[in-house]
Design a protein around this ligand. Structure first.
Ligand SMILES: [Zn+2]
Ligand SMILES: [Zn+2]
Length: 350
């Protein structure tokens, strides 16, 4: 039986923390459940999941869906699309069975790329390699989560660039049903020897094709749609992330419209130590002023009231009622008073 390999290449940068990553986790599990009950898919479809942040990693090696169990998704710092692509191409080279004179190889692999942000590193080399070696021999569908993705960059990888309006849980359900239907459609069409690659019908609302216009793209070092701060719990020593989302507020001052940029708290989320493993270690020093940040969370690990104390080492941790606090990053001991005005803190790449 010829295999139809499906690769999910998933952005797990910090901006995905919270609802997006949880929905992706559940979504992939529903996709697999649905495919397990589909007679065509169960015979041909093989699935692999690769994640990328500052580093890339295979969390599910290519396997039959019957043996597939949904993984837990880690989170990392940075959005290295080039490392993600590089890792994907490494997996493709390793796994794809080529057609020979004696034997029919795999069907053209399908890659679903999910990303919600802007790459934080140089992508030219990886994109060129993709175009030269894989663009014709595989089908990629690049899906932008939300509004802020660099879709022009994605269009260099594939003509299938889609926008997913990830507004609520229902939208996610519709989206993952669409992914499932697209996989089912292809598991049938490959068997019928049709050559084309087909996606399930788009509703034009939740999921739509992006009209690509020519604008140049930039490669910033940080994803400016979110501010994410990395912190550690003083009690449990576990890392957690504090996520803020961009908001532009228009004020009318004396007949003049003034737009001010600020960031609103989304929440604080526990992560595990794979966060450090999947992060870009280039130690880029990027700061944000606390005056731009609205809202302060409690510690998601131990429930301490303040998750936002800054040690002299520059790192963040939680504090509670204790007289003397110990920084879980550097071990420094000290007492905290509440600061006046804004101060700069280190932010992550997102
Ligand atoms: Zn804590
Ligand atoms: Zn410290």
């Amino acid at each position: 039986m010829r295999r139809l390999p499906i690769y999910f290449l998933i952005d797990i940068s910090e901006s995905m923390i919270g609802e997006p990553i949880q929905q992706v986790e559940e979504g992939l599990s529903t996709i697999i459940q649905a495919l397990k009950t589909d007679p065509n898919a169960i015979e041909t479809v093989w699935v692999s999941i690769i994640v990328f942040a500052g580093q890339a990693k295979t969390i599910v090696p290519l396997q039959e869906i019957i043996n597939f169990y949904p993984p837990k998704f880690p989170i990392g710092s940075g959005t290295s699309l080039s490392k993600g692509l590089g890792h994907l191409m490494f997996e493709l080279r390793k796994n794809i069975v080529k057609t020979t004179a004696e034997k029919k190889g795999d069907w053209k692999p399908i890659v679903f790329l999910f990303t919600d942000g802007v790459p934080t590193d140089e992508t030219k080399t990886a994109i060129l390699e993709w175009r030269q070696n894989w663009q014709r021999t595989s089908n990629m569908v690049a899906i932008s989560f939300g509004e802020e993705t660099d879709t022009n960059l994605l269009s260099e990888l594939t003509e299938n660039v889609l926008h997913f309006k990830n507004t609520d849980a229902t939208a996610y359900k519709q989206f993952f049903k669409w992914v499932t239907d697209s996989i089912k459609t292809n598991s049938v069409s490959v068997e019928n020897n049709s050559t084309g690659f087909e996606l399930a019908k788009l509703d034009g609302e939740t999921i739509s094709k992006i009209n690509l216009t020519k604008t140049k793209h930039l490669t910033p070092l940080v994803d400016n749609n979110f501010v994410v701060l990395a912190a550690k719990c003083q009690n449990t020593k576990r890392p957690y992330l504090i996520k803020y989302k961009k908001r532009i507020v228009s004020n009318n001052l004396g007949g003049l419209d003034i737009n001010t940029l600020s960031y609103r708290l989304v929440g604080a989320f526990q992560v595990d130590n794979t966060y450090f493993e999947l992060s870009d270690n280039s130690n880029i020093d990027i700061k944000v002023n606390t005056e731009e940040l609205n809202g302060a969370p409690t510690c998601p690990c131990c429930g301490n009231q303040f998750a936002f104390a800054v040690c002299i080492c520059g790192k963040l941790h939680c504090i509670g009622d204790e007289e003397i606090s110990t920084c879980p990053w550097c071990g420094n001991q000290g007492t905290y008073g509440s600061g006046e005005g804004g101060f700069d803190v280190n932010r992550t790449q997102g």
